[in-house]
Design a protein around this ligand. Structure first.
Ligand code: ADP
Length: 305
C-alpha cells in the first residue's frame, strides 16, 4: 500500500525539552492511524510540524512525497487539519466561515460540499448563527467542517473528542469512518484508549517523544493484552497455591471467586487448572476475558519510564 505520510527520524526540542526524539512513522493510503500517548508525549508537536505551524529541528516529513516546509502550498491542500484550539471568528456565521475557508483554498462555488459538511456534522439548525452564539460542542464541529471543505486527502484530527460529550463523540466517530470509507486517510491523536481501539486500523504508541511501538490494533491487543481467567470455587479459600502467585490472584465474593491474569508467555489455562487439581481446589465454573488496548498501553508506557 502507498505511503501518504512519511516521517523519518523527526526531532524537535523546545529549549531543553526534547519534544520529539527521532520519531519515524509511515501512514498508508486509506487507513485510520491513531497516535496514542499520554499528555506531553509529543503528539501535538508532530501534528503542528505536519501542518507547517512548527519548524522541525531535523528529519523528514513528507505528504504524498512533498516536503511539508519546502512544498507547503501543496501539502496544506492535501491535508485537512483539526487542531485542539477553539475557533476565533466570533462575528461570522457558519456558512460564511465555510465559504471563506473554501475561498482560501481557491475553491469558488463550493456550496454543495459546504451544505454536506453542515448537515453531516449536525450544524444545519445553527448554520446562520454567529460563532460566539455557538456551544463548545458546536464550535468543535465547525472546526472539523473547516478542515473538510477543500476535500483533503488526509484528515488530521488532534484529540478530536477531547472535552466532547458522549453523543457527539459517537457521531464524530461515525462520520470519520464514513469519510474513511469514501477514501480519506485519517490520522488522529488521542489519549483515549477507547477511541484508538474503536476507530483505528493501526496504532502508534508515543511516550516521552519516542515511538515505542507501531502495529495493527488487533495485533497489538493479541500480542500484549493480558487475558483474565475467572474461577468460581466450590468452597471459599483464603489463598490460592503459591505456584499461581505470578498471576496476581485477586479474590471477590468472600474469596469464592478468583481472578488471575494470564500473561502471553506465562502459565496456560491448562497449567493453572492442573495446579488447582494437584492442590485439591475444586471449582464449579471458569471463564476468560480478553485483554484490551489499555493493558498494551500500560505495558509500553511503564516500560519506557
Ligand atoms: P501532547 O500533544 O502529546 O500532549 P506536546 O507535543 O504538546 O504533547 O508536548 C510535548 C512536550 O513539548 C511537552 O513536554 C510540552 O510541555 C513541550 N512543549 C510543547 N509545545 C511547547 C512550546 N511551544 N514551548 C515549549 N515547550 C513546549
Amino acid at each position: 500500500m502507498k505511503s501518504v505520510v512519511t516521517i523519518n527520524d523527526l526531532k524537535k526540542s523546545y529549549g531543553k525539552i526534547e519534544a520529539l526524539k527521532g520519531v519515524s512513522l509511515d501512514i498508508k493510503e486509506g487507513e485510520i492511524f491513531g497516535l496514542l500517548g499520554p499528555n506531553g508525549a509529543g503528539k501535538s508537536t508532530l501534528i503542528n510540524i505536519m501542518a507547517g505551524l512548527t519548524l522541525r529541528d531535523s528529519g523528514i516529513v513528507d505528504v504524498y512525497n512533498h516536503d511539508v516546509t519546502k512544498d507547503y502550498m501543496v501539502t496544506r491542500k492535501l491535508l485537512g487539519i483539526v487542531h485542539q484550539e477553539t475557533i476565533s471568528d466570533g462575528f461570522f456565521d457558519i456558512e460564511t466561515i465555510l465559504a471563506y475557508q473554501s475561498g482560501y483554498y481557491g475553491i469558488a462555488n463550493n456550496d454543495e460540499k459546504i451544505q454536506e459538511v453542515i448537515k453531516r456534522l449536525g450544524l444545519y439548525e445553527v448554520k446562520n448563527r454567529k460563532v460566539f452564539q455557538l456551544s463548545g460542542g458546536m464550535k468543535r464541529r465547525l472546526l472539523i467542517a473547516k478542515a473538510l471543505v477543500h476535500f483533503p486527502k488526509v484528515l488530521v484530527l488532534d484529540e478530536p473528542t477531547a472535552g466532547v460529550d458522549v453523543e457527539l463523540r459517537q457521531a464524530l466517530w461515525q462520520y470519520v469512518r464514513e469519510l474513511n470509507e469514501q477514501g480519506t486517510t485519517i490520522l488522529l491523536t488521542t489519549h483515549y484508549i477507547e477511541e484508538a481501539e474503536e476507530l483505528c486500523d493501526r496504532i502508534g504508541i508515543i511516550n516521552h517523544g519516542q515511538m515505542v511501538t507501531i502495529d495493527d490494533t488487533q495485533a497489538l491487543i493479541n500480542k500484549l493484552g493480558n487475558k483474565k481467567l475467572h474461577i468460581r470455587l466450590r468452597d471459599k479459600i483464603d489463598s490460592l497455591p503459591k505456584e499461581l502467585a505470578p498471576l496476581t490472584p485477586e479474590c471477590s465474593d468472600q474469596c469464592r471467586q478468583w481472578s488471575l491474569t494470564l500473561h502471553r508467555e506465562g502459565m496456560s489455562i491448562r497449567e493453572v487448572l492442573k495446579t488447582l487439581e494437584e492442590h485439591d481446589v475444586a471449582y464449579s465454573d471458569l471463564w476468560t476475558e480478553e485483554g484490551d488496548l489499555e493493558d498494551v498501553f500500560i505495558n509500553f508506557t511503564n516500560k519506557k519510564q
